[in-house]
Design a protein around this ligand. Structure first.
Ligand code: C2E
Ligand code: MG
Ligand code: MG
Ligand code: MG
Length: 280
């Protein structure tokens, strides 16, 4: 904030600001320790094939098990991880963990399951990212097409040229790519068309009105048409009610994810879920 006032200007450092700064510093120290001690765990949220009515795969979502504060959600520490550059190490850890879990599920006979892993903007600039992914897939004996990487629109747009090269390399290997939180970024459709991408994930903010008593479907039908024209798959994020599900099915949306099906689950509970073979 103070920086934005410009050179030669300064702002009084209030006790409140001091408090915030100190808390950030503590969090940062904690985060370094967390990376060293691997205080993280991966939760898995099922992605449902709405046509086949079965689990198509899981999205890997990181959690930090803080020794004093308990479970901390990614929204609270990923921004700091991005700023400090720790995100690359954390991202590698998630990739290893999630791929090892998927390989166990495949060994249990669930060979069709896919894993979706979020990539941060910084990881897109990580020079050894592709080599690292290659290594993790080989180690876990996974086919490249079992893995989907989720990238938000805004991270994609940060460095167009680097991202295009990277996505091209991943695409050539058969690794699938999703645009996360689609519709909330500022990318133009003409830009998006230049990226090799398999899937659009519709941000949950677009599902708010869908399934209510009104006929207001908002932008969901529009996004579904865009995906169709671009021959991409679609996942609707944040399905919370049966009415939303019904409406999305009517509109022909192929995949869905949300609390209506399941919250993000620890590995054991997720494993139980696939063995239970639920339908919706
Ligand atoms: P995202 O990739 O868009 O993941 C979906 C988020 O929506 C998850 O939050 C999930 O718990 C939440 N969600 C799913 N269904 C529902 C629903 O029906 N209602 C509501 N209200 N929320 C729902 P989570 O786990 O807190 O993660 C937040 C974000 O943090 C993720 O958004 C993703 O951008 C980031 N993230 C999580 N794990 C990782 C990771 O391993 N690496 C990176 N780079 N980012 C991650
Ligand atoms: Mg995601
Ligand atoms: Mg999302
Ligand atoms: Mg999101």
């Amino acid at each position: 904030k103070a920086k934005s006032l410009g050179r030669g200007q300064y702002q009084i450092f209030t006790p409140e600001m001091y408090d915030i700064a100190q808390q950030l510093l503590i969090l940062q120290t904690d985060l370094y320790r967390a990376v060293q001690q691997e205080e993280f765990t991966v939760y898995y949220q099922p992605i449902i094939d709405l046509k086949e009515n079965k689990i198509a795969g899981f999205e890997a979502l990181i959690r930090w098990i803080h020794p004093q504060k308990g479970m901390i959600s990614p929204g609270e520490f990923l921004p700091l991880a991005e700023e400090t550059g720790l995100i690359c190490e954390i991202g590698s850890w998630v990739m290893k963990e999630a791929c090892s879990q998927l390989s166990q599920w495949h060994e249990q006979g669930f060979t069709d399951l896919k894993i979706c892993i979020n990539l941060s903007a910084q990881q897109l600039n990580q020079s050894n990212l592709v080599t690292e992914i290659d290594g993790i897939l080989i180690k876990n004996q996974l086919q490249t097409n079992s893995v989907k990487l989720e990238i938000t629109e805004s991270s994609m747009m940060q460095d167009l040229q680097t991202t295009k090269v990277l996505l091209g390399e991943l695409w050539q290997r058969g690794i699938k790519l999703s645009i996360d939180d689609f519709g909330t970024g500022y990318s133009s459709l003409s830009q998006l068309q230049n990226f090799p991408v398999n899937t659009l994930k519709i941000d949950r903010c677009f599902l708010k009105n869908i399934g209510g008593d009104g006929e207001n479907l908002g932008l969901v039908p529009v996004i579904l048409s865009i995906a169709e024209v671009m021959t991409m798959d679609v996942v609707a994020e944040g399905i919370e009610t049966s009415e939303q599900l019904e409406q999305l099915r009517k509109l022909g949306c192929h995949f869905g994810q949300g609390f209506f099906f399941a919250k993000p689950l620890d590995a054991e509970t997720a494993t139980q879920l696939i063995h239970d073979n639920p339908t919706w």
